[in-house]
Write a protein that binds this ligand. Structure first.
Ligand code: SAM
Length: 279
């Protein structure tokens, strides 16, 4: 059950939302963790979504196990179907809400991972505390979160509107103390500070970053159209409306995203913050 404090995951599960999650793999989104994995480890993936990263971990722990958890039973059906399709048998998926406390014992896992989940929690510090609890002494808690905002070239008016409403919508779901540095909305780049507040020893938090870049014709068309569809048809558009977007602004955003997708000079980047915390 979702805790009352945890406002619903704002982006929902429209195919335009889960399609981008399902494009993520261990090599694109968990490369920073791979050197630490050992064959017999037990891994927990929090907010695993459609499970492409989760399922990818299984080859790294053939003598261990991988468990994915998510608040959404709906998205876990996709994850289970993927594991079945790939014939991966040391992975399982459970419904669970990190903010309500997980049904696992203290220290049950060697590695506790999450990708793009903390930034969607109203209280990421509480989430990290729970990740620490279920991680064994000597184990690893590893997290990767984008640092808003998206960088677009060219930054047209419609894309600036998109960035502004994305920040407002995410800010509305977060506890303010965990979502701002001065007047600027931020998330991933605060993660190491959330981890320290959650009780991790700052000397045992490794802080790194990598980037996601979309610039080829294929990437631009995919990313631009996907976001246009999110604004038009998914909970993202609804959240933008709740944050004050007018009909005409929504149309401007959709048109700008489509134009960007077709612009030969179009370029997009997001800084991905990564932490490895030793328990
Ligand atoms: C942006 S998606 C990331 C999915 C996947 N980890 C990835 O990187 O593609 C965030 C996921 O976190 C899940 N989530 C949100 N709040 C949660 C909570 N309190 N406990 C567990 N999962 C949660 C959502 O349902 C969603 O599937």
């Amino acid at each position: 059950m979702t805790s009352p404090e945890n406002k619903t995951y704002a982006q929902g599960y429209h195919p335009s939302v889960t399609r981008s999650h399902a494009s993520r793999t261990v090599s694109t989104d968990a490369a920073f963790l791979l050197p630490y994995l050992r064959p017999n480890q037990h891994i927990l993936d929090i907010g695993c979504g459609p499970g492409t990263i989760t399922t990818g971990f299984s080859a790294y722990v053939p003598g261990g196990s991988v468990t994915g958890i998510d608040v959404s039973a709906e998205v876990l059906d996709q994850a289970r179907a993927l594991a079945l399709d790939k014939e991966v048998y040391n992975v399982k998926f459970d419904t669970g809400d990190i903010l309500s406390g997980l049904a696992y014992k203290n220290g049950e896992f060697d590695v506790v991972f999450c990708s793009q989940t903390l930034c969607h929690l109203s209280d990421p510090v509480r989430g990290l505390r729970e990740m620490k609890r279920v991680c064994a002494p000597g184990g690893i808690v590893a997290c990767r979160e984008g640092d808003m905002l998206f960088r677009w070239y060219p930054l047209t008016h419609g894309l600036q509107l998109f960035n502004d409403y994305m920040a407002k919508a995410m800010f509305a779901c977060a506890d303010r103390q965990y979502a701002s540095i001065g007047p600027v909305y931020r998330n991933g780049s605060m993660m190491h500070a959330w981890a320290r507040k959650a009780g991790f020893d700052p000397d045992k938090i490794m802080k790194g970053a990598s980037t996601t870049v979309y610039a080829s014709e294929e990437e631009r068309k995919w990313w631009g159209m996907l976001h246009a569809e999110r604004v038009e048809m998914s909970d993202v558009g609804r959240k933008f409306r709740e944050a004050g977007a007018s009909d005409s602004e929504l149309v401007q955003m959709v048109e700008a995203l489509r134009e960007w997708g077709n612009d030969v000079d179009g370029w997009y980047a997001l800084m991905q913050c990564e932490i490895i915390c030793r328990v």
